[in-house]
Design a binder for this molecule. Structure first.
Ligand code: GUN
Length: 307
């Protein structure tokens, strides 16, 4: 019998393994510091996803030797009360990093709250001062998800300098800072968004593609340049009926959540895998990196505040 030629598949970028590596670096840095940096994760209200994220952030901090704590405030918290709380944390010398989980209830302006966080403690890297430094290419507390994506790209060993990098999505949290970080490393960067003409043709130019739009399975195999590095930041929770669109994914059970919903990325992983050179899975790609980079930013903030 003649065996079928093997399909050459992308190398899978293991976000959990890279995150573990960063976490061990953070734990070592904490030991060197000789004190436990303090991180406070603030949550307002009871959004179930935010509850999980914030709890995990505080838990991971403790695991790595930081003083991590969750501050849970009621859904009815006023903007003035939250601003007052941020002010107290700014003045509290035992606090090195402050994070206010987004989204916030509608009576609170996220922009006002972000602007109120002391830039030196802004471990999310969302304050306009840190955003400015980042876009000037000066060392700053960079937003955790895009900083984590850079580490994943670096883990492939490809040369970023001179590469065509295509960022899909222009959010303040991911797309824009992602483009700034890639530019800092001398990539030729294109940012795509909802008004982009011929998205497929632009994506096809990418030696590096970062998908961060929140549209399930937007990036298909035909759009991707063979051999490209494809990073999927998407975390789209869709209902179980969506599995019809995943019929081609032989390993789709990984996507099923306990409540029957399905978690899919912005990339059609099962098909793009056969075209890309490297690819991140969802889950297990970018997700684990975000918390790891938050821990690293907290250590950086602690070191700088005491320098
Ligand atoms: N909500 C979704 N992502 C993030 C993040 O990185 N930081 C904060 N504070 N909230 C978020």
């Amino acid at each position: 019998m003649v065996e079928a030629a093997p399909i050459v598949s992308a190398q899978i970028i293991d976000g959990k393994a890279v995150a573990r590596q960063i976490e061990s670096e953070v734990a070592a840095a904490v030991e060197r510091l000789g004190f436990a940096p303090g991180l406070v994760a603030v949550r307002v209200g009871n959004d179930p996803a935010s509850e999980v994220y914030v709890r995990n952030k505080a838990k991971k901090a403790q695991e790595l030797g930081l003083r991590g704590r969750e501050l849970a405030l009621p859904e009815s918290t006023s903007e003035a009360d939250l601003l007052a709380e941020v002010g107290r944390l700014n003045r509290d010398d035992s606090v090195d990093g402050i994070l206010v989980q987004l989204p916030l209830p509608k009576q609170i302006s996220a922009q006002k709250v972000i602007d109120a966080i002391a830039p030196a403690k802004d471990v999310d890297g969302f304050h306009p001062f840190n955003v400015g430094l980042l876009h000037l290419g000066r060392p700053a507390l960079a937003p955790c998800t895009p900083a984590g994506v850079m580490r994943l790209i670096d883990s492939t060993g490809i040369r970023i300098e001179g590469a065509n990098a295509v960022v899909i999505g222009r959010s303040d949290i991911v797309g824009k800072p992602m483009a700034a970080l890639l530019l800092q490393r001398h990539a030729t960067v294109t940012i795509c968004h909802s008004r982009t003409r011929d998205l497929a043709a632009v994506i096809h130019q990418g030696d590096i593609v970062v998908a961060a739009v929140g549209k399930p399975l937007l990036v298909t195999a035909g759009m991707v340049k063979p051999g490209a590095v494809v990073i999927d930041v998407g975390m789209n929770r869709v209902d179980a009926s969506f599995t019809d669109r995943l019929a081609h994914d032989s390993d789709k059970s990984r996507l099923l959540a306990k409540n029957g919903s399905v978690l899919v990325g912005d990339v059609d992983y099962a098909r793009v895998r056969d075209v890309a050179g490297w690819i991140t899975p969802v889950p297990g790609g970018v997700g684990p990196m975000t918390i790891a980079m938050l821990m690293q930013n907290t250590v950086t903030a602690a070191e700088r505040r005491r320098a």
